[in-house]
Design a protein around this ligand. Structure first.
Ligand code: NAD
Length: 268
């Protein structure tokens, strides 16, 4: 029997087959979960629907997380088809391309607000609406973050600040909802090429550095995020909440590297 047999997951943030949400969807489906999806806007529908069909999902709805009316409509429609939700997956982030290049100090007020609204407040807005549906034995919320919350990366800028706020939001939600047996966790994924990450100037430099410097000397894949998500959503993690789980080949623990001479065995 699959680890998520009999559980229903709503996955918010599927854009295409490269999305981390797709890695999570495939892993959840393999463990027996029933899946439901929402996507940001009409332009994505033709990519999202065929993917949803591949994992047997019947519920596929549009929802811009910046619009309260669309959020309300999403959950109203969900309730028409499902009387319970077990896992809410938040895989949504956005910042304008111009804020993901150059200096953080140049961030505009509306660019800051936009990044925080889409990438952080949406977790709160979705969780609020999911609460009445969390009536099963082990409900949980899962979001996706990045090490740019903790350390600085070139051009990640306002998104790093948004991810720091997102990780704090995970802790506050976990504290609020723990007494109702609802868990809230984050996966801090290593860099993966997706639509969102392609907006970050020089993203390939980060991929190269992870491969060179991470303890495991490799980049991660979508499927690694899916596997971690299965764990966090399953009963195996029933006492794990407020946690940020790194799935990054260990890159977050690395400080300085040895110089080239030392790496090549030359003693100085
Ligand atoms: P992606 O582009 O596939 O997913 C981002 C999703 O956010 C898209 O589906 C997009 O439509 C959605 N979105 C943006 N604005 C929205 C809005 N107003 N309403 C509803 N949806 C909206 O890219 P991804 O890399 O899979 O990103 C998913 C999550 O993973 C993001 O939170 C991202 O920051 C995080 N993450 C990505 C990486 C990486 O390297 N790719 C690493 C760590 C964390």
């Amino acid at each position: 029997m699959g680890l998520l047999e009999g559980r229903t997951a709503l996955i918010v943030g599927l854009a295409n087959e490269r999305s981390l949400a797709w890695g999570i969807a495939q892993a959840f489906a393999a463990e027996g979960a029933t899946l439901a999806f929402s996507y940001a806007g009409p332009a994505l529908e033709r990519r999202v629907r065929p993917l949803a069909e591949q994992v047997g999902a019947r519920f596929v709805e549009q929802c811009d997380v910046q619009r309260d009316a669309e959020l309300d409509a999403l959950f109203a429609r969900f309730r028409e088809q499902h009387d319970r939700l077990d896992v809410l997956v938040h895989a949504v982030a956005f910042a304008r391309r111009e804020e993901l290049a150059g200096r953080f100090v140049d961030t505009s007020r509306d660019g800051f607000q936009l990044a925080m609204d889409v990438s952080v407040y949406s977790l709160v807005a979705l969780t609020q609406r999911a609460l009445p549906l969390f009536t099963g034995p082990n409900p949980s919320v899962l979001t996706l973050t990045y090490d740019g919350a903790r350390r600085t990366y070139p051009n990640y800028n306002v998104m790093g600040v948004a991810k720091a706020a997102l990780e704090a939001a995970v802790r506050y939600l976990a504290r609020d909802l723990g007494p109702q047996n609802i868990r809230v966790n984050a996966i801090s994924a290593g860099p993966v090429r997706t639509l969102a990450s392609s907006g970050i100037r020089g993203f390939h430099w980060i991929l190269d550095q992870v491969e060179e410097r991470a303890p495991l000397r490799r980049n991660i894949a979508q499927a690694d995020v899916g596997a971690a998500a299965v764990y966090l959503a399953s009963d195996l993690a029933r006492n794990v909440t407020g946690h940020t789980l790194y799935v990054d080949a260990g890159y977050h623990i690395v400080g300085a590297e040895l110089g080239r001479a030392e790496r090549e065995g030359e003693v100085r």
